[in-house]
Design a protein around this ligand. Structure first.
Ligand code: PEP
Length: 255
């Protein structure tokens, strides 16, 4: 039985005081959340990682980064390496978010390199994939998804890396208020799970978590999580307010 993952991607939001207040308030309210059923993850901006990791130490809240460098170290101004993230014990790292793909020209090849750096350091990756509106309207969603899977997981044995999380995020649903219907999301999630089964094994396909991302909020999370292949959410806007994040955790725990 896969746990449900409620992962918040804060992007470039929250001041230091807002971020620390959020985490303190959340921790005071989620002590009883059963972490064998629901995993709570938050990805703040990198400069708060150390502080939020310290605040959430020994709790059921996991703190991770929104990205990682594809390089090991050296003259890469502004970049943060997997080794650096490991040295402060981050719990996970998002890679391949569509905003990184579109604003920073990240390719599947680069995401594959980043994935290998995270695996080398033992940091749990959340790998984002998803089609644009033009691709959906041109009926090439399946091809795009398979191509992204092949590119991102080139030379990666998912059977030996079952902690890897995949996030299906249709680009047209991110931050737009448009959510894929539960059926639309489930269709792509089952394509992803079948691809894992065909390329690795049934057992691996059953272990890997596949999250949905794209305007998830308290009002729609239950119907999305009711789908057999949706194992949680990667959530932007609705993860920024502690009440709404907590509500989604509570809904997930009751399912
Ligand atoms: C995201 O940040 O990955 C995302 C899905 O954002 P939102 O929930 O705001 O659409």
């Amino acid at each position: 039985m896969r746990k449900i993952i409620v992962a918040g991607n804060w992007k470039m939001n929250h001041t230091y005081s807002e971020a620390t207040t959020f985490v303190k308030s959340l921790l005071a309210n989620v002590k009883n959340v059963d972490d064998s059923k629901v995993e709570m993850l938050i990805a703040p901006t990198s400069i708060y990682l150390t502080e939020l990791l310290a605040l959430s130490k020994d709790s059921n809240l996991l703190i991770g980064s929104q990205d990682v460098s594809s390089h090991n170290n050296g003259a890469f101004t502004g970049e943060i390496s997997a080794e650096m993230l490991k040295s402060i014990s981050v719990d996970f790292s998002i890679i391949g978010h569509s905003e990184r793909r579109s604003y920073h020209n990240e390719s599947n090849e680069m995401i594959n390199t980043k994935l290998k750096k995270l695996i080398e350091q033992g940091i749990r990756p959340i790998v984002c994939i998803g089609e644009t509106l033009e691709q959906r309207e041109a009926n090439v969603t399946k091809q795009v998804i398979i191509e992204q899977l092949k590119g991102c997981f080139l030379d990666i044995d998912l059977s030996n890396n079952q902690a890897i999380v995949i996030a299906y995020e249709p680009v047209w649903a991110i931050g737009t208020g448009k959510t894929a219907s539960p059926e639309q999301a489930e269709e792509v999630h089952s394509i992803i799970r079948n691809w894992i089964k065909d390329n690795y094994s049934m057992e691996t396909a059953e272990q890997i978590h596949i999250l949905y991302g794209g305007s998830v909020k308290p009002a729609n999370i239950a119907e999305l999580l009711a789908q057999p292949n949706i194992d949680g959410g990667l959530i932007g806007g609705a993860s920024l307010k502690v009440d709404s994040y907590k509500e989604m955790v509570n809904i997930a725990e009751k399912l």
